[in-house]
Design a protein around this ligand. Structure first.
Ligand code: CTP
Length: 408
């Protein structure tokens, strides 16, 4: 999955012949899973139509502060296009093509169109991809503008060399849309807060065999652990996701899924990778007990009652807590009474850095549900209460707490 997936991209188009390439660019952004809004300078509309870009981006395209009424005066309201709102919506702004004129305005803060007003209001990272003739590209004033924009914190996606619209050949062509996308992906990936960090996440239930066809299991769907793995990967972490039986899947080049069945298998995989990871998040609902003897053949029904002797499974998280060095250990707790105190006791017993407390007393939280209501308690017993929210958002909250720890 692209790092652009889910990103809100504001594309600013200025008036150069290369503007026609932005149709492909928008298509690539959408294909990568991004949301796109487009702001055009009036001049750029001579090179590519707003209709094309609106169709491809699936959003209205803006080019003036005031949206005029159409000829019938009845199908469209006159509306003020709020440049501040547009700018604040964006996770990143890209100005492509950035003509010499627009670059100069960006460098001097000249605000004479909607694109410039939006640029000046943007708080997100701004990228620009220049496009102009080769002599303009090398002109001292252009170079001076590049320098200024770099000082402002804007990132340039350099022009490429080749045939130019003037018939000349040299540096100044707008970077090809595919290269702009790769540039943005690489740049964003390099800035992800968990880049270089390795996570081990456990998920799902474990099945403890009774005989070749029967097992003891539980209703865990694995969703919480999968959401945590994805959230960590979205922030750049490499994740080993050890999961019990579940129908869930996730495709992400940073996530390696290892499917196991029993608690013993989960234990072995976790210990195999533990030394190599920075963070462990144990979201699995590991069976506490397993049948002491597993029948080799299918057990035939006979007596009216049937007793299975159970023995304790190893506590995976506890065992990792015993041997941890610098790893940050996160456990889950599901409590029904005396919740906070029991959770605190679990932090000490399992040598955890953070515990995520699920309360069964909250409607909408827990097994098989898309939502969860959790309380975080860290090893200093600081308590963070949370609202009932989608499991994806709970996962983000957990990962954001860990990001903060690394930033501190
Ligand atoms: N866990 C584990 N291995 C086990 C059991 C639990 O790694 N054999 C992990 C779970 O993934 C979870 C945490 O430990 O992160 C909490 O498990 P829980 O069952 O609540 O803890 P217990 O110590 O078993 O608590 P209790 O005795 O209250 O059931």
């Amino acid at each position: 999955m692209s790092v652009l997936s889910g990103k809100k991209i504001l594309l600013g188009i200025s008036g150069g012949i290369a503007a026609y390439k932005t149709a492909t660019l928008v298509r690539l952004f959408i294909k990568a899973g991004a949301q796109v809004q487009v702001v055009m300078t009036p001049a750029s509309k001579d090179f590519v139509t707003p209709l094309t870009l609106a169709t491809l981006s699936k959003n209205p395209v803006y080019s003036t502060f005031y949206e005029e009424l159409d000829e019938d005066n009845n199908t469209k309201e006159g509306v003020w296009n709020n440049h501040v709102e547009l700018a604040l919506w964006a996770d990143l702004m890209l100005i492509a093509p950035a003509t010499a004129n627009t670059l100069s305005k960006m460098a001097s803060g000249t605000c004479d169109n909607l694109l410039m007003a939006t640029y000046l209001s943007a708080k997100c990272p701004v990228y620009y991809a220049p496009a102009m003739d080769l002599d303009m590209y090398k002109h001292p004033s252009t170079l001076e503008n590049f320098k200024k924009l770099q000082e402002f914190g804007n990132t340039m996606i350099p022009a490429e060399s080749g045939e130019l619209a003037s018939g000349l050949s040299g540096e100044g062509r707008l970077a090809e849309p595919e290269n702009i996308v790769s540039f943005l992906e690489a740049d964003l990936a390099s800035k992800l807060p968990l880049r270089g960090k390795k996570f081990l996440v456990t998920a799902g239930p474990t099945y403890e065999a009774i005989d070749p066809v029967r097992f003891i299991g539980n209703h865990s769907s694995g969703k919480m652990g999968f959401d945590i793995a994805l959230s960590a990967a979205n922030k750049g972490a490499e994740v080993i996701l050890v999961t019990g039986p579940t129908h869930l899947n996730v495709e992400n080049h940073l996530i390696q899924i290892i499917r196991i069945t029993s608690a013993q298998e989960m234990y072995e995989v976790c210990h195999q990778y533990f030394d190599a990871v920075d963070v462990v998040i144990a979201a699995a609902a590991v069976a506490d007990y397993k049948p002491k003897n597993v029948a080799q053949q299918k057990i035939k029904k006979a007596e009216d009652t049937f007793v299975i002797e159970l023995e304790k499974n190893k506590d995976i998280l506890f065992s990792l807590g015993q041997i941890k060095k610098n790893q940050f250990l996160v456990g889950f707790a599901l409590e029904t009474d005396n919740e906070i105190n029991n959770a605190k006791a679990k932090i000490i017993k399992k040598n955890l850095d953070l515990i995520v407390l699920n309360s069964l007393n909250d409607v909408g939280a827990g097994f098989g549900k898309p939502t969860n209501k959790v309380t975080f308690i860290d090893k200093d017993f600081t308590i963070f209460e949370n609202e009932l929210k989608a499991k994806e958002l709970v996962a983000d909250d957990i990962i954001n707490l860990i990001v903060k720890k690394y930033e501190a």
